[in-house]
Ligand binder design. Structure first.
Ligand SMILES: [Zn+2]
Length: 410
C-alpha cells in the first residue's frame, strides 16, 4: 500500500490514473509499476477533446521511465480507446507519454537534456539505451522541434555546404545568420537540395529575406533566383570563399615557380606555402621579417600575393563607387600580370562582381556561421557511430537548430 502511494507521488500520476501494483524484480534490476484507471463515463477524444464514451482498451503496453535508484523502472498500462462521434475510435492521451512513445515523457526529456551535452555513446551507456533508441529519441525530438518552430523573420541567411565523410558527399545547410542556428539541412549540393528549403518558409518570411551569403555555386544561385524576389541584389558571395580562390591562385603560381627555382638551385620558395596564405600581422617578428624579404623579392609569387591582397581591399570600402573603381583598376593590373592562375581568378571575379560588391550593402559572410560550424565539428567528433546521413542530419538539427525539443506530457 505504501509502495503504491509512494510511486504514485514519484511518478506524478493523477486521477483517473493510479498505481495498482508495484513489482520489484531486484535480481533483474527492474521495477515494474502497473497503472490502472478509475471507471470513467467518458474520455476526451485525443483529437478534439470532446467527451467520448469508452470503446475498449488496447493490450498492455510498457514505457521505460526514469530509473529508481539504479533500477530500471517500467510502467505498464492498458491504454483506453474512446469513441468520438466525429473522429471515431482513438487511443486517449496518456499523461505520462506521447502517443506511440516507448519511453515516458520524463525519461525522454532527461535523455534529450543529456544528449545536448554528452556524446551519444556516453548517454547510451549511462541510460542503458541502444543506438537505435538514441537515434529514435533524437529523431522524434527534432520532428517535435520543427513542428513547433514559429514563422519568425529570417532576414539574413547563409547557404553553406558541408562535406559528410570523405569524397564527394555533401550536405547543404541553410543558416539563420542573425539567430545563429541551422534552419535547414538537405542531402547533396544540387539546386534541388536548396529548393526544398523555401517551402518551409511563409510568404512573409521569404519577402523579409534581405540577403543570402553563399559560395559561388550556380545551383545555389539558381535556387535563390527562382524563389526569392529581387535575388540579384540579395546574393552575397562569401568573402572567405573569394579569398580562398585568390589564395589558390597564389599557390598555383608558387608551385610552378618553386619548381623552376629549385631546378636552378634556388629554394627560397620551398616550404613557404602557408606563409602566403597567412596574415603577416599574425606572424612572429622573425617570420615576418623573412616574409617581407620574399614579398619584396620581385618573384612571381610575390606579385600574385600582392594581387590577392589588393583584390581583398575591395572589402575595406564603405561606398560602392570607389570600390568599383578600385576593382576596375585591380582587374586591369591582374589581366596584365602574365600570371595565368591570377588572370583566371580575375576573370571569375569580374563575372561575379555584382554579387561580390553586394557585401558592402549587407556586410554578411558565412563566417557568421562559425559557432554553428564549431558545433557541427563537435557533433561529427562525438558521433562517429553515424551509420547513415540521416542520423547526421538529425544530429545537426538537434544540436544546431535552436529547437524546442522536449516532449510534453499532458
Ligand atoms: Zn474527436
Amino acid at each position: 500500500m505504501q509502495d503504491r502511494d509512494l510511486y504514485q507521488r514519484i511518478l506524478g500520476i493523477e486521477s483517473p490514473w493510479y498505481v495498482e501494483s508495484v513489482e520489484l524484480k531486484l535480481p533483474d534490476g527492474e521495477i515494474h509499476v502497473h497503472l490502472a484507471h478509475q471507471k470513467l463515463a467518458s474520455w476526451p477524444c485525443p483529437e478534439c477533446g470532446a467527451d467520448s464514451k469508452l470503446h475498449d482498451h488496447q493490450p498492455e503496453r510498457q514505457w521505460r521511465h526514469l530509473d529508481t535508484c539504479q533500477y530500471q523502472t517500467i510502467l505498464h498500462a492498458e491504454p483506453p480507446r474512446s469513441e468520438c462521434s466525429e473522429h471515431g475510435v482513438r487511443v486517449v492521451k496518456l499523461p505520462w507519454a506521447e502517443p506511440m512513445g516507448r519511453f515516458t515523457a520524463l525519461f525522454e526529456a532527461l535523455a534529450i537534456e543529456w544528449l545536448k551535452a554528452a556524446s551519444q555513446k556516453a548517454v547510451a551507456e549511462q541510460m542503458g539505451l541502444s543506438w537505435d533508441e538514441i537515434h529514435g529519441i533524437m529523431e522524434r525530438a527534432v520532428k517535435r522541434g520543427l513542428e513547433r518552430r514559429k514563422a519568425e523573420p529570417v532576414s539574413h541567411l547563409g547557404v553553406d555546404e558541408k562535406a559528410f565523410r570523405k569524397g564527394h558527399n555533401y550536405l547543404t545547410l541553410v543558416n539563420d545568420l542573425t539567430g545563429s542556428r541551422v534552419l535547414y539541412v538537405a542531402e547533396d549540393r544540387k539546386q534541388s537540395s536548396l529548393d526544398g528549403f523555401w517551402p518551409t518558409l511563409t510568404k512573409e518570411q521569404i519577402d523579409g529575406i534581405e540577403a543570402v551569403a553563399m559560395d559561388m555555386w550556380d545551383p545555389y544561385v539558381n535556387s535563390v533566383r527562382e524563389h526569392v524576389p529581387e535575388a540579384d541584389s540579395k546574393i552575397v558571395f562569401d568573402k572567405f570563399h573569394i579569398a580562398q580562390h585568390l589564395g589558390q591562385g597564389v599557390d598555383q603560381v608558387r608551385r610552378k615557380e618553386n619548381k623552376t627555382l629549385r631546378a636552378a638551385g634556388d629554394d627560397r620558395l620551398a616550404g613557404t606555402r602557408y606563409d602566403w596564405l597567412r596574415n603577416p600581422a599574425a606572424m612572429e617578428p622573425k617570420d615576418r621579417r623573412e616574409f617581407a624579404e620574399l614579398r619584396k623579392s620581385g618573384l612571381k609569387t610575390a606579385r600574385a600575393w600582392a594581387l590577392k591582397e589588393t583584390a581583398m581591399a575591395v572589402y575595406g570600402y564603405t561606398y560602392e563607387r570607389p570600390a568599383r573603381k578600385h576593382f576596375r583598376w585591380w582587374y586591369n593590373w591582374a589581366v596584365r600580370s602574365r600570371l595565368p592562375p591570377m588572370i583566371e581568378v580575375a576573370g571569375m571575379m569580374k563575372r561575379r562582381f555584382e554579387n561580390i560588391i553586394t557585401y558592402l550593402r549587407h556586410r554578411i559572410t558565412n563566417a557568421g556561421s562559425e559557432s554553428i560550424n564549431a558545433k557541427i565539428q563537435w557533433v561529427k567528433y562525438t558521433a562517429r557511430g553515424f551509420r547513415n546521413k540521416q542520423n547526421f542530419i538529425h544530429a545537426i538539427y538537434f544540436h544546431c537548430g535552436g529547437l524546442d525539443l522536449a516532449p510534453r506530457s499532458h
